[in-house]
Design a protein around this ligand. Sequence first.
Ligand SMILES: [Fe+2]
Length: 155
Amino acid sequence: MATTEFGQGQDYVTWSERYDVGISFMDEQHRKIVDIINELHRSLFALKLDETEEEKEKEKAEGIKKSIHAAVEYVKVHFSAEEEVMRKIEYPKFPAHKARHEDFARRMLQDVMRFSSGDKRVGMQLVTFLRDWLLEHIAVADKDLALYAKSKGMK
Ligand SMILES: [Fe+2]
């Protein structure tokens, strides 16, 4: 599991080499998703001391919205990249893996909609969900895919 203890100036999720699956594009993209998760987490705590409460809240909500948007967009890019590879190498578990991506995308979309409609607790729930989902997905489904991809000569 990832580092979950959080202190000042510390990342929410610390990448560890044991999350590497050994296929370079997957590892690169997973690391980037971790960066995005950390950015979202930072934006949830962002405060500027010289602002009024109202300005603070507004700016914070804007920052969170931007980070959520970045997360959603990048996760989409990542899923399509994995799906393209699965198709190309004729990965036998492609339908199941794709279904997991779709479940995840649906859940994210729900959270985004709840956040947009003013439920501010969603930010923290989303960042926790993203972390837990991603690390579990990497450890099980993506590791399996990577093994198969390697057996087909991919690096
Ligand atoms: Fe995946």
